[in-house]
Design a protein around this ligand. Sequence first.
Ligand SMILES: [Zn+2]
Length: 195
Amino acid sequence: MGFRGRAGFGQGPMVRGGRRSAVERLSPQTREALAAAHGAVTEGRWADAAEAFDKLGGVAQQRQLPRIAAFLYARAATAHGRAGAQPAMLASAEKGLQNAVAARDNGFSARVFGSFLAALKETDFADGEPAIREAMRNALGVAPREPGPRRAPSRDQLRNLPASCEVCGSPLNGDELQVSDEGRADCPTCGSAVL
Ligand SMILES: [Zn+2]
């Protein structure tokens, strides 16, 4: 069984994207489920986390929130990888890629799948990482970039940082936020742009 045998990566049905003017808030039930999914990761319950993130990714996709769907499916893929479930990992990664393409933010795509690939190296599927990386680069049109040493928000950025994520409601802590070279940052809970 191997990734090389898969032809469909990034070739699934188009996901509708586009910019949204108003902030789309997640429902209280979805926020709760999101917190539970991250809780399962913290506790190392990978299969539970994978199932929860897959479900949440589907909710986000259905609501035409491709950026959040991409983030959540990438988390699902990571959890499947840690659980040792390769076909499920590839299926979630593929859904994540489709949504990332629809979200049209190359920096975001590079960060999300760079994190996935970094985690993949710590699983039983580390040998497949180069092939998956290459397929992701082709599907996204941008190379996944693994997170480097943490870069803290500047003083100006901290001033502009809301106390909590407008989409998922989770508190935003400037001391934990990872800022990219371009000065952007994603909500660690839902993947929304917070800087
Ligand atoms: Zn959020």
